[in-house]
Design a protein around this ligand. Structure first.
Ligand code: CTP
Ligand code: CA
Length: 225
């Protein structure tokens, strides 16, 4: 906080951060979801506010308390997250997609609770693709010169996968985590490499999610128009 207060390098800027994980409902009591805690997105929102930004935080199922001085928009599904992010992005200087967006959602929603049937195996769940919000914003740039940042958790050849994903998404920066022993889900800490569309590669050592958040803003600031 002291660091941010001493350096209000996001003053006069509007930044949008998505956090948490979307839930895709099957029926009134069930959903397909993921383990994202939302802590990294909250750290990004908190640090941006401390550096002087106006912050819109689009939060999906985090259960975390609202942040003072941050506009928090609560959403549930990927489609809702897309709407909220696109709306906030129209006048944003930067968009950071830290949320884990479900790639697929159930093709149909049962308005009544799905029940077992005697002697019958369950029906398969048919899935359809969700919109790719990061790719859409990167391609359209609702505001000219907008800086767009994505996150990716990868295994195997983490850097090569990250480079491929950065190119496919078309964003300016991609924060790549290796998924492995020190799981990032729910933890207070993170380790990453930030890949830039300009070919840059900034390693961020294992440490608090706040420190990774500060590094992301350090890399966003010089790219702002
Ligand atoms: N993302 C998004 N919309 C989606 C899926 C992902 O905006 N439908 C964003 C995430 O918020 C994240 C980035 O894209 O910032 C990378 O997410 P990831 O799941 O790693 O990318 P995918 O393209 O879904 O690739 P994969 O098949 O590896 O899951
Ligand atoms: Ca995905």
């Amino acid at each position: 906080l002291a660091r941010g207060a001493a350096r209000p390098d996001l003053a006069g800027r509007h930044v949008v951060v998505s956090a948490g994980g979307t839930r895709e409902p099957l029926d009134p009591v069930r959903f397909l979801g993921n383990r994202s805690s939302g802590k990294q997105g909250y750290a990004l929102a908190r640090t941006a506010a401390a550096r002087g930004a106006r912050v819109t935080l689009v939060a999906a199922n985090t259960g975390l308390p609202d942040l003072a001085g941050v506009d928090v928009v609560q959403v549930g599904t990927a489609v809702q997250l897309r709407e909220a992010v696109l709306k906030a992005a129209s006048d944003a200087d930067a968009v950071v997609m830290a949320a884990a967006v479900a790639d697929f959602r159930p093709a149909t929603y049962a308005t009544g609770k799905i029940k077992k049937k005697d002697g019958q195996e369950p029906e398969a769940i048919v899935l359809v693709r969700n919109p790719d919000i990061l790719a859409e914003i990167s391609a359209d740039r609702p505001r000219p010169g907008q800086v767009v940042v994505g996150f990716a958790a990868e295994t195997d050849d983490v850097l090569a996968n990250g480079r491929t994903k950065l190119a496919r998404k078309g964003c300016d920066l991609l924060v790549v985590n290796e998924v492995g022993e020190r799981r990032t889900f729910g933890s207070e800490e993170n380790e990453a490499v930030v890949l830039g569309a300009d070919g840059s590669e900034i390693p961020v050592p294992y440490g608090p999610k706040e420190a990774l958040a500060e590094t992301v803003w350090d890399l966003v600031v010089p790219r702002l128009g």
